[in-house]
Design a protein around this ligand. Structure first.
Ligand SMILES: [Fe+2]
Length: 348
């Protein structure tokens, strides 16, 4: 359905929000495509459809739903803290807590984590959940490109001095454990476990740049404008702007035009209501628009609001077999299920 039949403004952009930009006026409304064949398709993922039994077992590792060269989107669900620690040897991890929380222990200290939190855990930092306040549901970005806190366009709202939390050193030695303590390294060709007869995580003190940081999406408020559109609040970046993470919580701004974002795949996670964002109303819904696929996307200016974030990545993503099972083809107007996809997502 066209916003204004006969006059559709399209934006062709290079470098995402960076430009240069080309505006195209076209009579047709491209997001109303009737069907598509092949694998290069926008999709919406119901991440809660990954059954609890997917994550049961001694390893309980996160499950990738989208992957590319050096980047993955993973889903993690835990009902109890695993006994082991994980260490990603080659990728930085940016965790987003959709639901639940608890005490996250790391080799540089401890953090209290709750729903709506982003937690950056760089490569080479072992971590584990000491305790959970309830069932944990996370969407995790793993990327070989170093993730840095890089806020822009959020002045007066997200303030690193006020809203950033860092892991607090334990201030004690690690004691002996019953049996062995396992730290699982995740690396490009598998898993390798190191075993200890003591708890390897506690540290006496930490100085210098904090590796593990936390901020909450509630504290992210992008600039609003009465007329026109404006870039959302940028939160994180990676080397060479390969990967960018923005807060796209509801705000006053014109609805985006139909756009062709030809250099970045767009992955959005709807984090919290109460208001639907277009056709999306369930926290943990993840949308994916591969680079160059024309799309408009829902109105952002809705009250009383919602919370969401956007990952832009230059990596060429592909949905995994598990990802395809819990997703459907997406129309690119309101991001609903495309009418050509009559298949219900399957719990796995
Ligand atoms: Fe977009």
């Amino acid at each position: 359905m066209s916003a204004e039949p006969g006059v559709n403004v399209e934006l062709y952009s290079r470098a995402g929000f960076g430009g240069p930009f080309t505006t195209i006026i076209r009579a047709q409304y491209l997001p109303d495509f009737i069907r598509a064949e092949g694998t290069y398709l926008p999709r919406r993922f119901q991440t809660w459809e990954l059954g609890d039994d997917t994550f049961v077992g001694t390893r309980a590792l996160p499950v990738p739903i989208l992957t590319g060269e050096g980047l993955a989107i993973e889903v993690n669900r835990l009902s109890a803290p695993p006994a082991h620690a994980l260490k990603n040897a080659e990728s930085d991890e940016l965790h987003f807590v959709v639901d639940g929380g608890g005490e996250l222990d790391t080799m540089v200290g401890v953090l209290q984590v709750r729903a709506g939190d982003f937690v950056r855990i760089p490569r080479g930092i072992a971590y584990r959940w000491n305790s959970l306040t309830g069932p944990l549901h996370e969407v995790i970005i793993t990327t070989e490109s170093e993730i840095t806190l890089d806020p822009e366009n959020a002045p007066g709202s997200f303030n690193p001095d006020l809203h950033l939390d860092v892991a607090k050193p334990h201030g004690r030695p690690g004691g002996p454990v019953d049996g062995e303590y396992e730290v699982i390294y995740r690396h490009h060709d598998g898993l390798t476990s190191y075993f200890f007869d003591h708890d390897p995580l506690p540290c006496l003190d930490v100085k210098g740049a904090p590796p593990v940081i936390r901020l909450n999406i509630e504290d992210v408020h992008g600039l609003s404008v009465d007329r026109g559109g404006l870039q959302p609040a940028r939160l994180f970046g990676s080397v060479g702007d390969r990967d960018l993470v923005f807060g796209i919580n509801s705000r006053r701004s014109d609805r985006p035009p139909v756009h062709h974002n030809v250099d970045y795949d767009e992955v959005i996670c709807y984090a919290a209501g109460p208001t639907p964002w277009g056709a999306i109303d369930t926290p943990g819904t993840v949308t994916w628009v591969p680079k160059g696929v024309f799309h408009q996307g829902p109105e952002e200016d809705v009250q009383p609001g919602y919370k969401a974030w956007l990952l832009e990545t230059r990596v060429n993503l592909t949905s995994t077999p598990v990802g395809r099972k819990i997703s459907q083809i997406m129309e690119t107007n309101q991001f609903g299920v495309h009418p050509s996809d009559e298949r219900a997502p399957v719990s796995v």
